[in-house]
Each structure stands twice: as C-alpha cells, then as structure tokens.
Design a protein. Sequence first.
Length: 541
Amino acid sequence: MGYYRDCAPRSVNRIFFMFRNQGASEVLQLCEREPSIWNEVDSDGSTPLHWGALLNDERIVRAGLAAGLKMDVRTNNGQSPLFWAITKGHVNMAKFLLENGADLLAKDSLGASPPIIAIQHKQATLLLLFFSRGNKAEVMSVADNKGCGLLHWAAYIGDLAGIKILEHFDADFAGALDGEGKTPLHRAVSNTFNKDVVEFLLDKQVNAARKDENGKTFLDVAADQHGRVPVERTMRKTLKSRGLHALLEAGADGIIDAERGLAKEVPPASTGKSDFEKMMKYGPAIFWLACVSLTMFEYLIDIRSSTWEKRPIAAVLFELGVPMSIALFLFVGSQDPGKINPRPQRLAIDEMTKALQTGSWDQAPKLCSETWIVKPPRSKYCRETGRVVEEFDHYCNWLNCSIGRGNHRPFVVLAVTEVATQFLYIYLGFSASLELVQYNSSFTEWVLGVMVNYPLLFFVCVLQASTGMLIINLVRFQLMLIFWNYTTNEYINSQRYGYMEVKEGRHQIKVSPFDKGGPLANWMDFWYMRKRSDFGPGALA
C-alpha cells in the first residue's frame, strides 16, 4: 500500500509552462489566438482541463469544455480533472465538475476513485460532498485494485475525521476486509502507529484477533513495522487507558503469546504518576510564583532602603512591575483564549453535508474530528483544553493555558512587563551591591565579596538573569512573529500547513498569506485592527 502520486507534470509545451509560471489569464489569451492548443497534452497525458481544475479556475474549465474537451478526459495514469481538484481541496471546482457530468466513481490505473483520493489527501469535507452527490452505498463500496476501501485508506493515513464520517454513513467496521485479508487495524499500523485511530477502531469492534493471508494479527504487523518494544509500550498505555486489556488476554485466538508480555495483568495506574503529571502541569507556574516571592523577600530585607535613596525611579518602577506582572499572569491565565464550543457529531455532519450542496468555498472547510466545528483560518484543536482555539498561537506551560485570539495581546504585554521587571531588579541589585560591598581593583574579588556577605542577593540576581534571558528570547520571538504576521503554531508547522510562499532571492524568505503589507501594517493589525485571520493583499490565490 502507499500513496498514489500527486500530479507532477514534466511537460515542455508552452501552455503547460504558462500554467506553472504565468497564470490562467495568459493561458486564455493564448488559447483564444490559437484554439488548437486546447488539444495539447503534456508528457503525463494531462490536458488544460486538468490544470484548470488544479488551479481552481472555472474559466479555463468552461473554455476547455466549450472547445470540445471531455469532462472525464484521462491522464496516463487514468486520472480525470476531478482527481486533480480533490488533491488541492477545491470544493467549488469539484462541485462544478460533478454538476457537469464528472464521474464520481471513475477509477485511475491503481483503482482509486475520487472518494479514495479525498481520503488519501485528508479532504474530509469533500468526502461529505461525494456522499451528498452520489449513492451512499456505491460511494461506501469503492475499493482500489488491492481491495482497499475508504475505511482501510482512512486507517492507513491516520485520518480520524474521515473514519468518523464513514461511521456516520454506517461503515461496516467489523466486516471490512481488503484483498489481502487485512482489517482496518492492519492498515492503521502499516504506515504509522496512530494511537487515537487504533483506539477508535477497537471501540468499533474491528476484530483485533483477525489474521491476514500471511497469518499475522494487526499487532504482528505493527511489530514488524515499528519494532516490538515500542508497539508493546504503546499498546499497554492504550489498553490501560481504554479498559481494553481483556481483549488481549491469553487464549484470544493467539492474538498475542504470553511470553510476549502483553497478556499479563495490566496494573492500575499509580498515584505517583498522577502526582508527577500534576507537578508537570502546575510546576512552571509554582516555580515562577516562588521566584517572585523570593525576589520580593530579598528586595525588602536587603536593598529596598538603599535603592529608594540612590535609584528612586527604578525602585518605583520595580515595585509597580511586580504586582502588575502578577495581575497580568492571573488575567491571561483566566481569559478565554478564543475557545469554540463543540457540536454533536451527527448534527455537524448533517449540516455540513447540506451546506456543501449549496455553499461556496475556495478551499474545502476543515472539520475538527474532536469537536465537529468548521475550523476558522489559523485555528487549531488544542488537546490540553479539548477545544478548537481561534488564532491559536501555542499552549503555554508557564500559564497552563492556550494562547489565542482572546489572550494573545495581554500575553505579550505580560512577557514584556515580566522581563522589564526582572532586569530592573538586576539593575537595582547591582547598584545596591556596589554600595554594600566596596569595589576595589578586582572585579572577581568584588563578586566573591557579594557572594560571601550577601549570598541571597547574589543568588536572586543570578536567578533573575538566567530566567530573564529565557523571557527576553520569548519576547523577541513573539515580536518577530507579530511583525511577520505568523503564529507560533504556523512557524513551527509551516511545512505541514503549506501556508508560506517561498520567495527566491539572496535568501529564501517565507511570507505568510495573512501578511497585511509589511511590519508596520502587521503591528497595527495585531494591536488595533484585529483582522489577523483575514488574508493579506499579497496572498496566493
């Protein structure tokens, strides 16, 4: 099994060169002058109709059909224009092609049909479109040359949203077998070991003891692919968390041998692990509050009187900065980051199916498989909060909350206030140390003198300097993202999301499609305009 290749034409014909490098308007002008060009094909057998579907340009498709091209014209590997539209998630183009007679059940050279291509590219909403436009039983029964149907492919690529949509349309989980006798569980572990997908399939009564034509269970296949130790470790956690360990007890059709270790009784979760998880969850916040308390304690007993006399302005700013940091910390942590409430799965799928019949989108709307809402641009499902968060930036362990549209601005203010307060303390501590310990000719001797006579002052200054460098890096990174109109999530996952246009030059620069026209415009957008989720003037079509 494996992915069907994406379209990657290698044509040297000028019309296909223009498609790749100039755009649809130039192509249409050329075809008006030379109508015979519509009949050209590239080295992969693709036609202008395929390229029009790929580029989501209805003008080209209409003109190609008017010029005599067939709606289901095929490439060398048997793919029609509908296949190409699906790979890019062009829902409007897919609807247009279907309304004009595109074959929903057409197969390419490997036996894949449009619903399978939608699953392969995780286009769950396009799959809903196909169910709304075709016969449900026929769509559900499609399979490739290896007998792999929609459920097998969704399991193979770890598409939980697709699997749940198939569940909605009454997929047969228990009886699903491909041409090699494999269940969706076999396919789920053949590519990756997606714990969530495996758990869901087990819950849906997919036969975990079923052996394929090679006599292997899904755990045998997983061990062959990923190594037995990682598989056993993952399955122990999975079975413990889902209460399914009885499924693998010794004697269950030999699904696993006692000597492999998985048939043993799974011990209950220990309280120590729970305490550790709590410590990891609240530890950073507790550490920060402890640092603040220690710093204020040292400031009051050692240096407050001298700093008020010698550095009154800095002392006032520091004493204002500490309660302001605490207040901002509590405010940001309690503020709604932009969480969107979940919806019932059945209601969401039914409404989306109806909307796909009448609505219009440039790209297929993204359904969240956990909360069943249509994710707005730049939003993301946060596992820690269990909600989709608008303009999700990151999950902050320091505050133990998500940072999104609702609290991103005060979070940046908190970070700036915190680092300014820390370096104010370092400045006050250094100034007071010069008063408390006489500086002679050697800096080293003076530092040793501070360490010996005022160890707490020295320790707190080092603590603030070390943690302050971490916070100042956070501030620098956040300001950089504001100027570029990125989020932290987009910056980290830019390759996966494909958001960024790479501009060639002396250096490769990744440009966000949400860029509003430069650093100043992005700065104003973040702090004042509040339209970060709107595409900028230079966004790609």
